[in-house]
Design a protein around this ligand. Structure first.
Ligand code: MG
Length: 266
């Protein structure tokens, strides 16, 4: 493959599952590093900060640091600072990412029901125990009062060590329908997220490749931005989802371990 000068890499389901390195993934990344290829890890992970993600990946042997990682929470903070400066934001998220939300005013549920302290923006992170009926119902009521809805992603499920787990997109779809609103998505598949990643590696879309296990949010979304899309058959990959997708990946690999070969790096 010619003309690829930078690589965008999804983490969960591509490099790791449940934060354990997939077979051959560390060696493949070392090969990309040895070739001097600029790379950036682009993740919708909402359970950990950039620093924590980098630390965990380094423990698994991946040659990466926090500066190599763009997360949906960091992209969300940038969006909120630009489009809703100083707004009171209510975060519904399972995981600790507040360190990546610098400059965002977070208010608690107790502040939210009425009066001046009501949140102006409801921010959906990743699903988990925090997506309770009381939390979702409170968000629904705040949306009816005019709050805006921002979501770090609308992924439907992700792969864990013991199976697929239901994710934010499933809850978001119901809430949007009930409240009659549409969320602004700030992580993948948002075009702005890919644009930030391209700027990070200093490459034009035509010279970049994105590898992911989510055919919609990673691969086809990147291709719509002009980036070469590579789908891997690890993580959340399901043959039926692949067949039913709206488009065709530029390349399909059994795993990330095959990426150096695709790039002609042996
Ligand atoms: Mg993934």
């Amino acid at each position: 493959m010619k003309g690829i000068g930078a690589v965008l890499i999804d983490i969960d389901g591509v490099l790791t599952v449940s934060w354990k390195a997939l077979p051959g993934a560390v060696a493949a990344m070392e090969r990309l590093r040895a070739a001097g290829l600029p790379l950036v890890l682009v993740t919708n992970t909402t359970s950990r900060t950039r620093a924590a993600v980098a630390g965990r990946l380094a423990e698994e042997g991946f040659p990466v640091g926090a500066d190599d990682i763009l997360t949906a929470p960091a992209a969300t903070a940038a969006y909120l600072r630009a489009h809703h400066p100083h707004a009171r934001c209510r975060l519904i998220n399972s995981g600790e990412v507040r360190a990546d939300l610098a400059g965002v005013t977070l208010v608690g549920e107790a502040d939210g029901d009425e009066g001046r302290e009501a949140p102006e923006v409801i921010v959906f992170g990743g699903a988990g125990e925090d997506f309770s009926y009381p939390a979702l119902n409170s968000a629904f009521r705040q949306l009816q009062r005019g709050a805006r809805l921002v979501a770090m992603h609308r992924n439907l499920y992700w792969r864990t060590a013991d199976g697929l787990d239901l994710d934010t997109g499933a809850f978001l779809a119901g809430l949007e329908r009930a409240a009659g609103v549409e969320a602004t998505v700030t992580g993948k598949p948002a075009e702005a997220f890919f644009a930030t990643a391209l700027a990070h590696v200093g490459a034009p879309a035509a010279g970049a490749l994105m590898v992911g296990d989510d055919i919609e949010s990673d691969v086809l979304a990147a291709q719509r931005c002009g980036i070469t899309g590579v789908l891997v058959k690890t993580g959340k990959y399901l043959p039926e989802t692949h067949r039913a997708a709206d488009g065709t990946p530029d390349h399909v690999l059994d795993s990330f371990a095959e990426l150096p070969g695709l790039l002609g790096l042996g």
